[in-house]
Design a protein around this ligand. Structure first.
Ligand SMILES: *Cc1c(COP(=O)(O)O)cnc(C)c1O
Length: 479
């Protein structure tokens, strides 16, 4: 019987040992590997379908190919998108989660997972400066967390039962993550529903514009119900002044939401937590553990200053799940999340807290924050590169510049630089566009990235410049 074999505990034991050995080998050999080996998607598709067409074959050595075809997040040369290398212990908890497969929607479908989730949420809330009345849930990613928080803000209106009566809107910095716009569109407020507040030279919301923008929106007949602060913004890692936004929201009776998907973890660093001053006044906060707190993705905290608010986003009926619809039962999690079934996310966080304590996060955070400063210093002193702005965290944007060169040419060159880096695969960096200018973008997310690695990355870029210019020169002549 195939099923019996597939589920046999000794079969799991053998496979498990093989897999852990394979993964440990992968970690061991990382430093000698490229961080990324880009291949055309069609080619890979072909390769993987061929393997499947050969029919079932009881071995897992193909995992080696899989690992080679991943972007190597735990590699010290990984400096790309904002995801942290998971602590291996926490990654192993993903396996536990997968095997026990508790649904987590109602208490009996994940007892330990449910109480652990609450502990983790309360722990983070306290660290951010909230009182005991704060409460919340874990959810699948910052994007969904932000949508859920904004639905809660909206629940102050009559929309949930009666549909939209007026043009609702929120205010957010123009540098906010795209998921905020998306949430507004999902809620049916349209483009009119998002009021983008301009940013200053450090890409922080110009909070002095909140009052005139609110005035203007009201004159246009809009009902503004919330302000979203970014802590930090995604592109440049800029922290909005949360204290000023908090004061403004209080004065005008607006919901104050903080998108701290990236930077919220800094509450665990005594050296850097002042970047989050004012966060404790937010009505709701979103924070990703997979960005700066070393868990596998996805694991996101959605915290409410007033815990009772966490029951308001989804006031829906699901009587087959719980007996008492109206009651605020913290232990029946699906009352408060978009998900019905979800991962046992708290376990991945709890394991870190329990085994290493929060000092592991602090050590990590201080290291990667320092790396941001090291790269900024190198760029500042480099004759050919310029910073977008001095970085506030481990996200650093910079670009190649040349005096009297046209903006479009500089954009082409920087785009080509990033493309060359990608093709080469020695380092992984990404790019962004700010005010129409293309920048190279890095998130220094690996605690084992050293000043030497950072210097080598910049050197590599510098060495690529002559080739880029030559190639681009030919291209424009050919055109
Ligand atoms: C990463 C990020 C998000 C999106 O979070 P996911 O977990 O990727 O869904 C939202 N907002 C900000 C500011 C982010 O940095």
């Amino acid at each position: 019987m195939n099923l019996e074999k597939a589920y046999a505990s000794n079969h799991f034991r053998t496979l498990g040992h093989q897999m852990v050995d394979l993964l440990a080998d992968y970690l061991e050999q990382l430093p000698e590997q490229k961080v990324l080996h880009v291949q055309p998607p069609e080619e890979l598709y072909e390769q993987w379908s061929e393997r499947l067409e050969q029919g079932p074959h009881p071995e897992i050595s193909w995992l080696k190919s899989l690992l080679r075809q991943t972007v190597q997040v735990p590699h010290p040369h990984y400096m790309g998108h904002q995801i942290s290398p998971p602590v291996p212990l926490s990654a192993l908890m993903s396996l536990v989660d997968g095997l026990v497969n508790n649904g987590m929607g109602v208490y009996e479908m994940g007892q330990a997972g449910t109480v652990i989730e609450r502990l983790v949420v309360k722990h983070v809330a306290k660290q951010m400066g909230f009182t005991d009345t704060a409460d919340g849930v874990l959810t699948s990613g910052g994007s969904l967390g932000n949508l859920t928080a904004l639905l809660t803000a909206r629940s102050r209106t009559e929309v949930w039962e009666k549909g939209s009566q007026s043009q609702l809107a929120l205010m957010v910095s123009e540098e906010a993550h795209y998921c905020v716009s998306r949430a507004v569109k999902i809620m049916g407020w349209g483009s009119e529903g998002i009021i983008k507040v301009p940013v200053d030279q450090q890409y922080r919301m110009k909070t002095e514009l909140l009052a005139p923008y609110l005035q203007k929106a009201r004159e246009a007949g809009k009902k503004v119900i919330a302000v979203v602060g970014s802590a930090c913004s995604t592109s440049t890692g800029s922290f909005d002044n949360l204290e000023e936004i908090a004061a403004f929201c209080k004065q005008n009776d607006l919901w104050f939401h903080v998108d701290a998907a990236h930077g919220g973890g800094l509450c665990f660093s005594s050296r850097h937590k002042q970047l989050l001053n004012g966060i404790e006044q937010a009505d709701s906060v979103v924070m990703d553990f997979h960005k700066m707190l070393l868990t596998p993705s996805v694991a996101t905290a959605l915290i409410y200053k007033n815990g009772a608010d966490s029951y308001r986003a989804f006031q829906t009926k699901a009587e087959y799940l719980w007996e008492k619809e109206a009651e605020q039962e913290w232990h029946n999690l699906a009352k408060r999340t978009f998900e019905c079934t979800k991962l046992m996310m708290g376990l991945k966080v709890y394991s870190i807290l329990q085994y290493y304590g929060p000092s592991l996060w602090e050590e990590y955070l201080d290291k990667v924050m320092e790396n941001g400063q090291i790269l900024a210093q190198i760029i500042e002193e480099h004759p050919e590169f310029e910073l977008a702005t001095w970085p506030s965290c481990n996200i650093v944007c910079f670009r190649y510049v040349e005096k009297n060169q046209e903006a479009s040419v500089l954009n082409q060159w920087n785009t080509a630089l990033r493309k060359s880096m990608l093709q080469d695969g020695t380092f992984y960096i990404v790019q962004t566009t700010l005010d129409g200018k293309v920048y190279l973008r890095t998130t220094l997310t690996n605690p084992f990235t050293t000043a030497r690695h950072i210097g080598e990355m910049v050197n590599m870029l510098t060495n690529l410049i002559p080739d880029i210019k030559r190639a681009e020169g030919f291209n424009s002549e050919a055109n």
